[in-house]
Structure formats: structure tokens, C-alpha cells
Design a binder for this molecule. Structure first.
Ligand SMILES: O=C(O)CCC(=O)C(=O)O
Ligand SMILES: [Fe+2]
Length: 285
């Protein structure tokens, strides 16, 4: 069965060992070119690469708090469900879990970030924001689990997805496929397409989208460049860690989005303040 019928999905993503390609060629041919690639051997220095699997996390970190599908849970209980997950009866998918919520000793096991994620200007102290903008997230799920939407990452950041255990299948469409994937609103980074069951009557142009479909295996890092539409499903019990990034390749689009989001936040704050002022106004006569 294919992940998605209709569009042309080639399994032709490039794969390179980090030592073989080296940072200069990687940066020129993939990062600056905004071209997806899978890098092997980028995070062999992580203790997590040797130690982590679902049984290890269940046994060693069973009391860690997680929120799955809106409800608070303990990691150990959740992983029991993942181990019993099947394609027909999938366990819920823990996705975008902020690693900063877990103890420093756990975070140390996925540190430092691979060189293929650098330079990452979100890590800079000089960035005009009071708190760090990098966000490292964890994803844990079993067969049948899928990421909820086809999207590109918010604020036009790049995504780097490090696969620690299990197998995932991704689809990805280039930024210029926007008109084929029907964003929810003009300018939205979320598509209306249900990738596993596309409604071609409502979204006929989706048949014309050209993209990639490929699998991600343990030890591999997937680079999803800014603006690339993508989503994933799990084929074998899976642990992934991600970080988002900004560098010369996406600085302009990132900063445009960042500036607009700050402006909109200021505008709604000002509107709320003005409304409060009007409500509290009592005529003197
Ligand atoms: O591996 C996945 O589930 C996809 C994650 C993703 O695209 C995201 O968090 O933005
Ligand atoms: Fe994403």
C-alpha cells in the first residue's frame, strides 16, 4: 500500500554519511539549496543513540510526565500502550513533547546537537528575544500512529529529525507545491489534505503534486528545509528527537514570519487594552 495515492511520490531522497559528505558540501548542496537529505552517523556521539529504546525509557524514566492527546500521563504507562500498538488499533502518538520539561540528565543524553544542525542562529544569545528560541522535541509512538497534519514548520524554520529507534515513513512536497496542497487559509502552513485519504473532488490539484516518500531509520537525521510540506507515520515502534533551525538559507522568510507574529501579538494586546479602557470609562455627566 502506498502512503498517498495520486501525486507522484518518488523514493529518491539523497542519503549521505556525515564523514563522507562533510559540512561544506552538505551546507552548499542541501542547506543553501533548501533540498531535503538524510544524513547517517550525525549523532553517534549521543549516549541516547546507544542506550535509548522503548524498554529502556520505560524502565529508567517511567515516572516522567508526558501529555498525550491532551491528558497528563506517566511515560512508563504510555510506553506500555505503544508496545501494544498495531496498525488497526494504534496507541496515541506523543509528538512535539518539549524536552525542556524533562530533567537535565535526560537532556544530556541527546547533547550536543549534531553538526548538521549548525549553524543554528536560534541558539544565538544575540537573537532579539528574551528567551532562547530553539526547541528540542521528542516523539514516541507505535505502528499506525501518524502526525496529524501535512504542514511546513512554523515561522519557516528548518526541521532536523533524529531517528533513535524504529522506522518512520515521511512524505514531503517542495514549497512551490503550495497550490496543490490547499493551505487551510491563505498563508497558512497547514494543509487541508488528509494524506492517507485525499478527497480529490474537493482538492483536485493535489493529484499534480510531485514529492518524496521515504523511510527514516535509526541513526539517521532527516533535514526538512524551511517551507517544505511534510508529514509522517510510524511503521515500527519509534523514538525521534527534533530541533528547529534558522541560518542564512531561511533567515529572510523566518524573520518576516517572526516580525509579523510579534506585530500581531502587539496589536491584539493593544486592542485588548483599548477595549478594557472603553469598558471602564464612566461618563462624568
Ligand atoms: O516525525 C514526525 O512525526 C513529524 C514531526 C513534524 O513534522 C513536526 O513536529 O513538525
Ligand atoms: Fe514538521
Amino acid at each position: 500500500m502506498t502512503f498517498c495515492k495520486g501525486p507522484v511520490l518518488t523514493d529518491g531522497i539523497d542519503r549521505h554519511g556525515w564523514a563522507e559528505i562533510g559540512s561544506a558540501r552538505y551546507y552548499r548542496e542541501y542547506v543553501l539549496a533548501l533540498k531535503p537529505v538524510i544524513i547517517r552517523g550525525g549523532f553517534d556521539h549521543w549516549p541516547a543513540r546507544r542506550k535509548w529504546n522503548l524498554h529502556f525509557l520505560r524502565d529508567h524514566y517511567k515516572d516522567l510526565p508526558v501529555t498525550v492527546g491532551g491528558s497528563p500521563r506517566k511515560l512508563g504507562e504510555f510506553i506500555e500502550e505503544v508496545l501494544a500498538s498495531t496498525k488497526d488499533r494504534p496507541a496515541p502518538y506523543l509528538h512535539n513533547h518539549p524536552m525542556e520539561l524533562w530533567p537535565a540528565e535526560v537532556q544530556a543524553e541527546i547533547s550536543p546537537m549534531p553538526d548538521c544542525t549548525r549553524p543554528n542562529w536560534l541558539e544565538s544569545r544575540w537573537f532579539p528575544s528574551r528567551k532562547p528560541l530553539t526547541y528540542i522535541e521528542a516523539y514516541i509512538g507505535g505502528p499506525g500512529a501518524k502526525f496529524p497534519v501535512l504542514h511546513y514548520d512554523g515561522l519557516h524554520t528548518h526541521a532536523f529529525l533524529m531517528q533513535i529507534e524504529g522506522v518512520k515513513e515521511y512524505v514531503a512536497f517542495p514549497p512551490d507545491a503550495e497550490r496543490f496542497v490547499y493551505p487551510q487559509n491563505p498563508g497558512s502552513n497547514v494543509s487541508q489534505i488528509d494524506i492517507e485519504n485525499p478527497d480529490y473532488d474537493r482538492y483536485p490539484l493535489f493529484r499534480h503534486a510531485d514529492g518524496f516518500r521515504f523511510e527514516l531509520y535509526p541513526g539517521e537525521t532527516l533535514f526538512v528545509p524551511a517551507g517544505w510540506w511534510h508529514t509522517a507515520r510510524i511503521l515500527a515502534p519509534s523514538i525521534t528527537v527534533s530541533i528547529n533551525g534558522v541560518n542564512a538559507a531561511n533567515w529572510k522568510t523566518f524573520f518576516g514570519d517572526f516580525y509579523r507574529s510579534k506585530l500581531n501579538a502587539c496589536r491584539s494586546k493593544a486592542r485588548a487594552g483599548f477595549k478594557r479602557l472603553l469598558m471602564s470609562y464612566k461618563p462624568l455627566f
